[in-house]
Design a protein around this ligand. Structure first.
Ligand code: SF4
Length: 276
């Protein structure tokens, strides 16, 4: 089981990486890899040096129960030192293990796009790019140009505002603040503006955490609720206007909505508020 809120399991057939952009400064994988090396974990004998693990390449085929799997949480699948052949084999495993959902996330979107035409995108592969600041939004265009059926953005650690996201072709957006010692803070208005853009475009929105030094204490409520939407699974099918209305509901009514009230009951509530 993974502790990462938006996945269920991790599959690390690659470990180690190199810092690539601003979001990497406090890389959790770097810290953990060095710790695991110090603990004598064989898999991390090279610490945070990029290492491919042949013995792990077909691991998901052994997991019979359906899982949502984050691929290479301790590295970046499209790191320049990962041999192309190894990337094709990762995709081969994902294509064969079609009872799982795989979540691949990269900051190296140019390499992703360069290899795209040689990758086989079965529907169980979700492809994402990390965009921690507006100056990296080109990564979204690279992702959009790939053949992945489900495309997502990880805006984490969110380091600045993103008021003009182009969400065409994007199915899912994750927002989170940085956590741990020295964490750079995320402003509420940045997160809210992204959520509103997602709602306007009908894109699933997942609010992972506020982060900070004590991530547990800061929690993951945004405007008083959790946002745990997934591609194709919005909390409800509601417009931006309806959202304004929902903000005025009592907590009991809100909780009914979040549990998914039947469509006719929701329609009645919206009619009562002259929104339909
Ligand atoms: S790309 Fe990811 S794994 Fe690699 S250094 Fe940056 S944060 Fe760490």
């Amino acid at each position: 089981m993974s502790k990462i809120e938006w996945t269920e399991k991790t599959w690390n057939c690659i470990t180690g990486c190199d810092r690539f952009s601003a979001g990497c400064i406090h890389c959790y994988a770097a810290l953990m890899s060095r710790r695991l090396k110090a603990m004598g974990q064989e898999k991390y004998a090279n610490g945070f040096e990029l290492t491919t693990h042949e013995d792990q390449i077909e691991k998901p085929l052994e997991w019979k129960k359906t899982k949502r799997i984050f691929v290479n949480s301790m590295s970046d699948t499209f790191h320049e030192d990962v041999p192309e052949e190894f990337i094709y084999r990762i995709f081969d495993t994902m294509n064969r293990a079609d009872w799982h959902q795989f979540q691949v996330l990269t900051k190296r979107s140019e390499r992703l796009l360069a290899l795209d035409s040689d990758l086989n995108w079965e529907e169980n592969i979700w492809m994402g790019v990390t965009v921690e600041r507006a100056n990296y939004i080109d990564r979204i265009d690279h992702l959009r140009a790939t053949g992945a059926h489900t495309k997502f953005l990880s805006l984490e650690p969110l380091l600045g505002p993103m008021p003009d996201l182009n969400l065409d072709g994007i199915d899912w957006v994750i927002v989170g603040g940085e956590s741990g010692p020295g964490a750079r803070s995320m402003r509420e208005e940045w997160a809210l503006a992204i959520r509103d853009q997602c709602m306007d475009k009908g894109v699933a929105f997942f609010f992972k955490q506020w982060g900070g030094f004590n991530k547990k204490k800061n929690g993951r409520l945004l405007e008083g609720r959790t946002w745990d939407e997934y591609p194709g699974q919005l909390s409800s099918d509601i417009s931006g206007d309806a959202y304004e209305y929902i903000n005025c509901l009592t907590s009991e009514e809100k909780s009914m909505l979040l549990k998914g009230v039947p469509q006719d009951q929701l329609s009645q509530m919206l009619r009562n508020a002259n929104l339909l």
